[in-house]
Ligand binder design. Structure first.
Ligand SMILES: *Cc1c(COP(=O)(O)O)cnc(C)c1O
Length: 369
């Protein structure tokens, strides 16, 4: 079976170095918020070209912490996409906000033209959480223009897109704050849960540090109602190694596989996304749109040894949890997002795929009728 993720191959590749990193932490006798976390935070800030980065418990907390730090008011609207991991919506709700969903573009990314129309209709809206879904960066020049023109407060959800660029801009460079997840399947994955927030304003750095650690400004002094969302030393040590030694080559491998898929998948019923030439995706996932029966295509792939996935089958706005949260609002019809929810299939694209496996995926996909 050609898998969507292959952690056993990863372990074979990096076993020795991760065991060494673990031993270093065990010998140190220090397990939460220490030197390993500080070092990883510095390296991460450098990688994403931010002034600072702060590790936290997971990607969902990272978004919540960012919104709280930017002083989202209780009951305030937050523009976001319905097509994403539900964690994006959960974080907005947990931070006290009300999601306002906007439809996506042909690449499955929040449609910034519709966002601008909404901002003109409703001048009370200040916040947006855009998602760089699948690793495809949204148009950061357009986002930056909206930021200036409408004084938008932006938290970029970079969970799937660390390292992606649009033109000369890195994802996570336009938002006031940016959030990332190191869930094991992500391009930079921990061996458990982890996440981070990064930014460039010093004042915000202090606040983020407070929010991740009980809202403490000093030991036993609680200035805000914070979270317990600390990064532990073990995950930080493992993440630091992955960042230093592997992230760039993992991304390059994903991009090579994607290039191969783009030049070799030729089946009129399998539509590849029309990614903007200025967007350099990190291909966390490789989505295609199926014309015809998605179920049939997925069963056929499975029967032929290719695992596939769906990202995502249910829009955030259609989740049961949202039905009990009546203030949630939807701007427009979400027609394209619904199309993705019912027609998208993700093909394998992890860095440990062999060339033979990539060719085999192409052969299987091209032979589907
Ligand atoms: C994974 C993910 C999250 C949540 O990250 P966790 O670490 O699982 O909390 C948020 N947004 C997107 C787009 C994600 O892919």
């Amino acid at each position: 079976m050609i898998l969507l993720n292959d952690f056993k191959r990863m372990d074979e590749d990096i076993h020795t170095e991760i065991v060494e990193a673990c031993e270093r932490v065990f010998r140190s006798g220090w397990y939460i918020l220490g030197d390993e976390v500080r070092r990883f935070e510095q390296d991460l800030a450098h990688y994403v070209n931010a002034k600072w980065a702060i590790g936290c418990g997971n990607g969902m907390d990272a978004i919540e912490i960012a919104l709280r730090t930017l002083q989202l008011r209780p009951g305030e609207k937050v523009i976001t996409t319905p097509l994403t991991a539900f964690a994006t919506t959960l974080a907005i709700i947990r931070a006290g906000g009300i999601p306002v969903y906007v439809d996506v573009d042909p690449c499955g990314q929040i449609d910034l033209t519709l966002v601008e129309q909404l901002l003109q209709q409703d001048i009370t809206i200040r916040f947006i959480v855009p998602v760089h879904l699948y690793g495809i960066p949204i148009n950061l020049d357009a986002l930056s223009r909206l930021k200036r023109k409408y004084h938008l407060i932006i938290v970029e959800d970079c969970a799937q897109a660390i390292g992606a660029t649009y033109g000369n801009k890195l994802v996570g460079s336009v938002g006031h704050l940016s959030a990332v997840s190191f869930y094991p399947t992500k391009n930079l994955g921990a061996f458990g849960d982890a996440g981070a927030v990064w930014g460039s304003k010093q004042l915000l750095e202090k606040q983020v540090r407070m929010y991740r650690d009980y809202g403490q400004s000093k030991k036993y002094i609680h200035s805000v109602v914070g979270l317990n969302s600390r990064l532990d030393e073990l995950q930080a040590a493992l993440l630091q190694k992955q960042l230093e030694l592997h992230l760039d080559s993992y991304i390059q491998r994903r991009q090579k596989v994607a290039d191969f898929y783009y030049s070799h998948i030729k089946n009129k019923n399998i539509v590849l996304l029309p990614v903007d030439t200025r967007a350099r995706s990190t291909w966390h996932l490789f989505p295609v749109l199926v014309r015809g029966s998605r179920r049939d295509f997925m069963n056929y792939c499975e029967a032929n040894g290719v695992q596939t996935g769906i990202h995502y089958p249910v829009l955030a706005s259609d989740q049961k949890a949202c039905a009990s949260f009546p203030k949630i609002s939807v701007s427009g019809k979400l027609t394209k997002a619904k199309y993705f929810a019912s027609h998208e299939v993700s093909l394998p694209i992890h860095p440990y795929l062999t060339d033979d496996e990539v060719s085999e995926v192409v052969r299987i996909v091209n032979n589907w009728k």
